[in-house]
Ligand binder design. Structure first.
Ligand code: MN
Length: 251
């Protein structure tokens, strides 16, 4: 633990940019996420799947996402989910988000990929979803942590509280969370925020920033703080639906 540094994360998921039923709402929600990252001055933003609603989105939606992720001005980790799967027709083949946003790291490894941010002292692990089906296990076979970093799992899938095989796609089981060996597991797919920590392993669905009902009231994000003394603290942060003031945007 002595190697650990103080670091903070903003965890969101299920932004669904390009959602045809209310494209302005989901844009507003993502803007509020980036504003919150600035306001709280977090070190890292995680998008745990479904940044985009589908692969046929208009180019202006991609342009918007790129601009907002650049505006984040800090490291952004993006995991593909079931709405923006990393398959042959993926939206992530239409744009090289890492080339357009040098601060973005897209998790592309379908068998699992480690992403290390040495200057932050955090290592992430996640699997890019190629197909949303019962045989895909987003949180299976998490490797043992390889260094003294904080270790964060990122996964997009359906939590099965009973631990039983139900036939649902992309299942995540309580035992997988408990044995993941992570300091925090950032989940996406459920639009409601929910803490599902297991046997001391902190784990949470952040919920959609557009709110669970995708109505006019925005939702929340999860703020995770790692501290060498205090350990891991997690809290929800309601999103403010107001345009940023110029003074809020410094740095
Ligand atoms: Mn999903």
């Amino acid at each position: 633990m002595t190697e650990h540094r103080r670091v903070s994360l903003l965890h969101t998921s299920d932004v669904h940019l390009g959602w045809d039923s209310n494209p302005l709402l989901v844009k507003r929600a993502f803007t509020a996420v980036i504003n919150t990252a600035h306001k709280l001055d977090v070190d890292i933003v995680i998008v745990a799947g479904d940044l985009f609603d589908h692969s046929r989105i208009e180019n202006d939606v991609i342009t918007f996402a790129i601009a907002e992720m650049n505006r984040a001005g800090r490291q952004v980790i993006v995991l593909p989910g079931n709405h923006d799967v990393y398959d042959a027709t993926s939206v992530y083949h239409r744009v090289d988000v890492e080339a357009e946003c040098p601060n973005v790291k897209l998790i592309r490894g379908q068998a699992g990929e480690m992403v290390r941010l040495p200057d932050k002292g955090v290592t992430f692990w996640g699997k890019a979803m190629e197909e949303h089906h019962p045989g895909f296990h987003p949180l299976a076979d998490v490797p043992t942590r390889a260094n003294g970093d904080w270790f964060v799992g990122v996964a997009h899938g359906h939590f099965e509280p009973s631990g039983a095989v139900s036939g649902r796609s992309s299942p995540i089981y309580p035992a997988e969370i408990a044995s993941a060996g992570c300091d925090y597991v950032a989940l996406g797919h459920w639009h409601i925020p929910l803490d599902i920590s297991q046997q001391g392993v902190r784990c949470r669905y952040s919920g959609s920033p557009a709110g669970s009902g995708f109505s006019d009231t925005l939702g929340e994000v999860s703020i995770v703080e790692f501290d060498p003394v205090e350990g891991v603290t997690v809290r929800s942060q309601p999103l403010e639906d107001r345009p940023p003031q110029p003074m809020d945007d410094e740095d």
